[in-house]
Design a protein around this ligand. Structure first.
Ligand SMILES: [Zn+2]
Length: 264
């Protein structure tokens, strides 16, 4: 059984010098591939560096997220970085009105720019959306209609919405990724979304170093713990963990175009 962690941040691991340990524990847990996530100049640099050092095991997403609204984005440089081997997505990027509703306009401008880059570079987008569902869906509608590739246009990562809300991005062709939040006691509504999403449309992730799943809740998260997300997903959907591993690996390969990566 092999697993893919579709979303982890390596900034802390890089600073602590623990990437090799984290990856060896991931491999022991059957996690063969991890997608390292950027979002700002420094985070993107760490992703590029980590992907280069661990070809085949770590893939990368590069872009500018809402915390980078004051950064002057060099789109030409980003496009060039996105063409590097092992770089498979734009992101993460999106809207967060929970912490910073006051910057909504600037967030929307940056998110739109990243969605344009995704279309131009034909790479799917990794979307963050919190308490911004209406605006996120409006922008994704435009992105999905501009998207010309055969694969899915992107993924809503660390999904926390209801089954009803999940319908909208699913209709537009996006994947939905579930994190360790599905193991939290108060997450019944999210678990009903995790139960109903179609087999060919969901991924699993850790969002490490945040949001460690039970029984590690509150501790630093790491890619090996995606095995706990897979186990919970299997319980919620009434299938075996091998089933979850098989479909999420296929879905991640389809989303991130992993055949092309091997040839690139
Ligand atoms: Zn993230």
């Amino acid at each position: 059984m092999t697993l893919i962690d579709s979303h982890a941040h390596f900034d802390d691991f890089a600073k602590e010098g623990t990437i090799a340990d984290v990856l060896s524990r991931a491999q022991d847990a059957g996690v063969t591939t991890v997608v390292a996530i950027g979002g700002g100049v420094e985070a993107n640099r760490i992703v590029i560096d980590t992907v280069k050092k661990h070809p085949g095991h770590i893939l990368g997403a590069l872009g500018f997220d809402r915390y980078a609204i004051d950064t002057e984005v060099d789109v030409d440089r980003l496009r060039q970085q996105l063409s590097e081997p092992g770089v498979v997505a734009v992101g993460e990027t999106g809207l967060d009105y929970h912490y910073s509703a006051d910057t909504a306009d600037a967030q929307k401008t940056l998110f739109s720019k990243m969605l344009e880059v995704s279309v131009e570079c034909a790479l799917p987008v990794v979307v963050h959306s919190r308490e911004a569902d209406g605006d996120t869906c409006a922008l994704l509608r435009d992105h999905a209609s501009a998207w010309k590739n055969p694969g899915p246009p992107g993924v809503l990562h660390c999904f926390t919405g209801s089954a009803d809300f999940a319908e909208r991005p699913l209709e537009l062709g996006y994947m939905i990724s579930f994190s360790g939040i599905i193991t939290f006691k108060n997450a019944d509504e999210l678990r009903s979304a995790a139960r109903t999403v179609p087999d060919d449309r969901y991924l699993i992730e850790t969002d490490a170093p945040y949001l460690a799943p039970a029984p590690y809740r509150g501790k630093p998260n790491e890619p090996s713990y995606v095995a706990h997300v897979a186990a919970k997903m299997a319980e919620i959907r009434g299938v075996t963990v091998e089933d979850v591993a098989r479909v999420t690996t296929l879905n991640a390969r389809r989303l991130f175009g992993l055949k092309e990566v091997e040839e690139k």
